[in-house]
Structure formats: structure tokens, C-alpha cells
Design a protein around this ligand. Structure first.
Ligand SMILES: NC(=O)c1ccc[n+]([C@@H]2O[C@H](COP(=O)([O-])OP(=O)(O)OC[C@H]3O[C@@H](n4cnc5c(N)ncnc54)[C@H](O)[C@@H]3O)[C@@H](O)[C@H]2O)c1
Length: 273
């Protein structure tokens, strides 16, 4: 029976909602995050929803913490059936202004965190013939302006997922990658970038989502059950991706116009230059 799931970044936002969606089916959850208060709250809600499990602090930048988590899953749950590499942070800023440190930070969490999660749990997943769910973003497909480090990290998560899809078929380990557009969570709290005004712009985008983190968790639940590899929860995202596949140049032009508008706005904010 498949009923044990590990989630990174489970103390908030989408990670918490995924925990609750699977808890409603009676699953055992291994909940990890760097936010321990958030984790305790998620576990309380998981139990209310009909699931159970345990919490463990885990920074996805540290491989030894991920292998320790895998060991805890083996000891406490006897193994794992599904892992969700969800932990992530937000960033923004034009390439010319981003520091190399901004790149290192973004890649270490949003990309290498997922690589390390997959690697640490692979032996357990091979045993259970389990499932990997990686949380990427529409940024993996659309590359909006002033977020190049985030775009690259998420495109990396997509490429990793495609690589694993091919490599792990023989071991019967299933792979899914989720690419949501913006939606409202606490993601902005982690925002890092050279231009503070950009944080407010990202905030507006998060607020603009027609669907919630709970809706997205439910959509993931359904699509995983159907065996869909690339999961695009936003209707608008599905349309944009279709458009890009048909006519990529149209999208590149659109992104370039957006970049020009954002630059003009930033110049205005600085009183013109
Ligand atoms: N909210 C959006 O608009 C949006 C859109 C597309 C993709 N995503 C992705 O969804 C995932 C979940 O984000 P969210 O929107 O729920 O944000 P959130 O900030 O509410 O939740 C992210 C969680 O990850 C944790 N985290 C951050 N750094 C960590 C680290 N080094 N180790 C372990 N945990 C860490 C945070 O403590 C937090 O609890 C992220 O990968 C994000 O990039 C979000």
C-alpha cells in the first residue's frame, strides 16, 4: 500500500496544502522545513484532516540533513512512497543588477535543494517503486523578465525531472513536475533582490491568482493519480505554454516589451535618470 509522503518546505504555503490534501486520504506525512513553528502547525492540521506523521527540521541546502531525513523516514515509517521537493525562495532583479551571491543563494535552494532531495531519497524510492513530485514553476517554461536566477533554477528543476523521468522508468520510479503561475502564499517573505520596489511588484502578482494553494494541491493530487508528467495548474499557464510551443518568438517579444515597461517604471521610481 502506498501511503507515506515526504515534503520539503511543508511549514507554509503549497507544501502545507499538499500535506493536507494527502492527509485527507489518511496518509503518513514526513514534514520538513527550516520553519519549525510552521511545521508544528502543519502537523496539527494534518492530524485534524485525518493523517498523521512527524516533523523534522531540514535545510535543503545541506545534503546530510536530507539523508538524515531519509533515515528518519525509514525508521519511523518503514520507508517512503512519494517525495515532494517543494521548498523554495523568491527572487527578482534585472540580470545587470543581480549579484553573483544572489545566484548562488537561489541555485543552492531552488535547484540544488531538489537535486539533493532526489538523490537522498532515491534508494528508498527504488525500494518502494515510489514517486517524485518536483515543484518547479511557470518560470521554468516562460522566463519572465527581472527574475533570471529564479528562471534558471526552475528550468533546471524541469530538466532534472525530465532526465529522471527517462532514467528511472526501468526502476519503476514515477516522476512529476509541477509548474504553477503565481499564487498567494508566504513566498514573498523570502524575497531577495537588488531592487526593493520589485518585491511589491511580485506581491501584486501573487495576489492576482484566480486559484489558491489549496486548489493547486488538489489539482496536483488529481493529475498525479492520472499519471500526468508535466502538471500546469493555472488555466492561463496552460494557454501560454501552448502559445509558446506554437510561436516562441511571439512570447520572446512579449517578454522584451514587459522588460522595457518594467525598466521604465523602475526609472520613474528613481525619479528618472
Ligand atoms: N507562490 C507562487 O506564486 C509560486 C509560483 C510557482 C512556484 N512556486 C513554488 O512553490 C514552492 C512553495 O512555495 P510557496 O509559494 O508555498 O512559498 P512559502 O514561502 O509559503 O513556502 C515555502 C517554504 O519553503 C521553506 N524553505 C525555504 N528555504 C528553505 C530551505 N533552504 N530548506 C528548507 N525549507 C526551506 C520556507 O520556510 C517555507 O515554509 C516553491 O518551490 C516556489 O518556488 C510558488
Amino acid at each position: 500500500m502506498h501511503n507515506r509522503m515526504m515534503i520539503t518546505g511543508a511549514g507554509s504555503g503549497l507544501g502545507r496544502e499538499i500535506a493536507l490534501r494527502w492527509a485527507r486520504e489518511g496518509w503518513q506525512l514526513a514534514l520538513s522545513d527550516v520553519n519549525e513553528a510552521g511545521l508544528q502547525e502543519t502537523l496539527r492540521l494534518v492530524r485534524e484532516a485525518g493523517g498523521d506523521g512527524f516533523v523534522q527540521r531540514c535545510d535543503v541546502r545541506d545534503y546530510s540533513q536530507l539523508t538524515a531525513l531519509a533515515q528518519a523516514c525509514e525508521e519511523k515509517l518503514g520507508g517512503i512512497d512519494v517525495i515532494v521537493n517543494n521548498a523554495g525562495v523568491a527572487s527578482g532583479g534585472f540580470f545587470s543588477e543581480l549579484q553573483l551571491e544572489d545566484w548562488d543563494w537561489q541555485i543552492a535552494i531552488n535547484l540544488m535543494g531538489v537535486v539533493k532531495g532526489c538523490k537522498a531519497f532515491l534508494p528508498l524510492l527504488e525500494q518502494s517503486k515510489g514517486t517524485i513530485i518536483n515543484i518547479a514553476s511557470m518560470a521554468a517554461l516562460m522566463q519572465g523578465p527581472a527574475m533570471s536566477n529564479y528562471n534558471v533554477a526552475k528550468a533546471g528543476v524541469l530538466a532534472l525531472s525530465e532526465s529522471l523521468l527517462a532514467e528511472l522508468r526501468e526502476q519503476e520510479v514515477r516522476v512529476h513536475v509541477v509548474c504553477p503561475s503565481f499564487f498567494q502564499t508566504n513566498l514573498l517573505d523570502s524575497f531577495r533582490g537588488p531592487t526593493p520596489a520589485m518585491k511589491a511588484q511580485v506581491g501584486k502578482l501573487l495576489e492576482s491568482s484566480p486559484i489558491s494553494a489549496a486548489d493547486i494541491a488538489d489539482y496536483i493530487f488529481q493529475r498525479v493519480a492520472e499519471g500526468e508528467f508535466m502538471i500546469l495548474p493555472h488555466e492561463q499557464g496552460r494557454m501560454a505554454w501552448q502559445l509558446k510551443q506554437q510561436n516562441p518568438q511571439l512570447l520572446y517579444n512579449e517578454m522584451a516589451s514587459m522588460a522595457e515597461k518594467m525598466r521604465a517604471k523602475a526609472r520613474q521610481g528613481r525619479g528618472g535618470e
